[in-house]
Design a protein around this ligand. Sequence first.
Ligand code: NAI
Length: 304
Amino acid sequence: GPRVDSGAAPGLSPGSTVAVVGTGTMGQGIAQVALTAGHSVRLYDSAPGRAEEAVAAVAGRLERLVAKGRLGAAERDAALDRLHPAAELAGLADAALVVEAIVERLDVKQGLFADLEKVVGDDTVLATNTSSLSVTAIAGGLRRPGRFVGLHFFNPAPLLPLVEVVSGHATDPDTATRAYETMRGWGKTPVRCADTPGFIVNRIARPFYAEALRVFEEGGADPATIDAALRESGGFKMGPFELTDLIGQDVNEAVTRSVWESFFQDPKFTPSLAQRRLVESGRLGRKSGHGWFPYAEGAERPEP
Ligand code: NAI
């Protein structure tokens, strides 16, 4: 059920309204988490009909939780009563927190937040779910950048507990604390960090993928062998190749490129030619039916 922190924690009160802008993969997951934490949730997406689709998608996921006995039918009904699409940004005016999960483009995100600032109250916390852009840069045009923070969820947001709470140069420490405590109230495991490229996880994971790709490119071993070695070593649930097939080769490569470029093309982060060829040929991983490995319909494990 909902986990709500009581007491002195300065997180958002559960009855307050959370807005999610951009209702694709991440926005839907974040909306579900906010909803089950007790908030009223408003969804906005610039693509017509997308927010309504997201409402239906979240309802579907809550339905599956009910079927599995992990959520009561009454709780589900109450949650869905609190979930509403908004036809325009002005419909987000009463939000205490706005989480942005739109397209990963600096200019588009800056434009959205400039518009949002005209709509919401001065105390509204504005948050971005960006995985590769600078939080400081996104906040650059704001009148009040102190209330801006990164809230980097991981996919799928309802399942993965980690949230990186990212402070940009102008982020007010109280804003970061408020965001951190709110994530705890949502049952997440937040960590605080500063605005360096890739934050913590996406950066430290780069060499894991990069060295695996280099071993393969040097003819050291094939992907299935490398994956098996990492899995059997005990510490890794998945090897680097099957994991990037799950993430999507295009998504994984884009993060690598972004970190590489952010560090002025430091060779340590150089993208892989072998991965480039996969992306170019449409072998994106599970979502395209083929990546490093082929995937039968509904297959859970790669079939090397
Ligand atoms: P997505 O493509 O599934 O959804 C993006 C949504 O934003 C779309 O519905 C689109 O119509 C909407 N949109 C685009 N421009 C808009 C605008 N100006 N105003 C309102 N809505 C707009 O994307 P996804 O994967 O959910 O990613 C969203 C953000 O989350 C990106 O910043 C991405 O870097 C970040 N992220 C993605 C993760 C992932 O694994 N997919 C993990 C963590 C962060």
